[in-house]
Design a protein. Sequence first.
Length: 250
Amino acid sequence: MIPSINSDIGESFGIHSFGNDERLLPLIDTANVACGFHAGDPVGIHEVVARAGAAGVSVGAHPGLPDPVGFGRREMKLLPEEVRDIVLYQVGALSGFLAAEGLVLDHVKPHGSLYGMVARDEQLMDAVCDVAVQYGVPVYGMAGTAHETVAERRGVDFVSEFYVDLGYRADGSLIILRRPSATPPEVAAARARLALSEGVAEADTGERVPVRVQSICVHSDTPNAVDVATSVRQVLDSTTTGPTASERTR
């Protein structure tokens, strides 16, 4: 399987615009679209779905915690049934816009702190898988966590992600900052090469952490996200026998 590039997009509110969505679409393979809880509004969701469809980019749901002020990056104490319904509500909303554009839901990928919560708690991940089973789609997540363990147990297809614009801790967890900072493109490229060639990431304390790369995530709100995505695309083009970026857009 040739690794893909995915990006979390559609994270604006009304006239308040965030991210590098339009410039990223030619560089990515699949989009994780915010569904209205941590970010996104109805008109904006519809617009980004239409643009992704026109660009030939598949669209998955990126449901987050109901915390727009904290951008879904502050943890909440939730019961499994609350997680299920939070995710189901948002996936249902996105699916309506996808249907309006003649598109289908590609996957589910939790956002921010919800992503971390369900990586550690199998009951919460079971709730996410309830929705994935209902829609018959894969889930994106981190290998070796409850993301993968529960998806495998539930018979849900699993796509293992790698992050080039976030740091890793020695235990394999991600370092998620409330405010993203720029990642030098050469650093992103080096991280991608290491993960692809050796199956490891370098933790912030120097340890090597095992990773599996089926898709590489580039966050749209990273200030230089376009440069990061370009560097990753160049690495993929040089290390795989798949189509080049120019061939993908023909």
